[in-house]
Design a protein around this ligand. Structure first.
Ligand SMILES: N[C@@H](CCC(=O)N[C@@H](CS)C(=O)NCC(=O)O)C(=O)O
Length: 229
């Protein structure tokens, strides 16, 4: 049994999709980011960075794992699923996982901050992050032109990148002309585990379809409060 501390965001979805894929029983412990629960001492004892997600593996002496990429690797290695064990195959998966952790995630995150949440519109900052996202999307598109998945078989690298890229509209970044990326986005969207995973801990106003809806505006307002912490 795994405890999953999470909130409805791309980094949280990585862990919930993985848990859905591997079929390990887990209990969801929603963290209310706007109330700052992620910065409370009890939570910092599990995740020193004060962010979601975190898992606690009850069967391993309540072992806590923070950082979404580390969670994916831990669960893959614990179950022998979604990451090969041979050094080259494993490295390939970790390379594309790190591409998400060091590139897609931070750049889309900052695009969201400057495009959606920041009170002032600083156009050079918006352009910088959106252009960098588009460049990274093109890297994925090129990779996916000759590969069905990012790193060999379907893997944690696909889960990590998809969790972020699916919210491209929220970041204001186009996927027009990126046919291989679009094909891959659709393939993951069709997986039942992905569909269940993105509804953990609850369904959110649609960050993927309609960024102008009232619900999406309310979501943006909530996210703005985090910038002040
Ligand atoms: N590198 C971390 C990033 C985690 C992260 O930034 N989580 C965000 C939600 S997507 C969060 O908890 N934000 C709350 C805050 O900033 O206080 C990971 O991949 O786990």
């Amino acid at each position: 049994m795994i405890d999953l501390y999470t909130a409805p965001t791309p980094n949280g979805w990585k862990a919930s999709i993985m848990l859905e894929e591997i079929g390990v029983p887990y209990e969801v412990r929603p963290i209310r980011l706007q109330l700052g629960e992620q910065k409370e001492p009890w939570y910092l004892a599990l995740n020193p960075n004060g962010r979601i997600p975190t898992i606690v593996d009850r069967d391993a002496g309540n072992f806590a794992v923070f950082e979404s990429g580390a969670i994916l690797i831990y669960l893959a290695e614990k179950t022998g699923r979604l990451m090969p064990t041979d050094p080259k195959g494993r490295s390939l998966v970790i390379q594309w996982l790190m591409f998400q952790m060091g590139g897609i995630g931070p750049m889309m995150g900052q695009a969201n901050v400057f495009f959606r949440y920041f009170p002032e519109k600083i156009q050079p900052a918006i352009d910088r992050y959106q252009n960098e996202c588009r460049r990274l999307f093109e890297v994925l598109n090129t990779r996916l032109a000759d590969n069905e998945w990012l790193a060999g078989d379907y893997s944690i690298a696909d889960i990590a990148n998809w969790s972020w890229v699916r919210t491209y509209k929220w970041s204001g970044v186009s996927v027009d002309g990126l046919e291989h990326l679009q094909r891959w986005l659709g393939q993951l969207a069709g997986r039942p585990a992905c569909q269940r995973g993105v509804e953990v801990p609850m369904r959110v106003p649609n960050l993927t379809d309609d960024p102008t809806s009232e619900a999406a505006k309310a979501f943006a307002k909530g996210a703005q409060t985090l910038l002040q912490r």
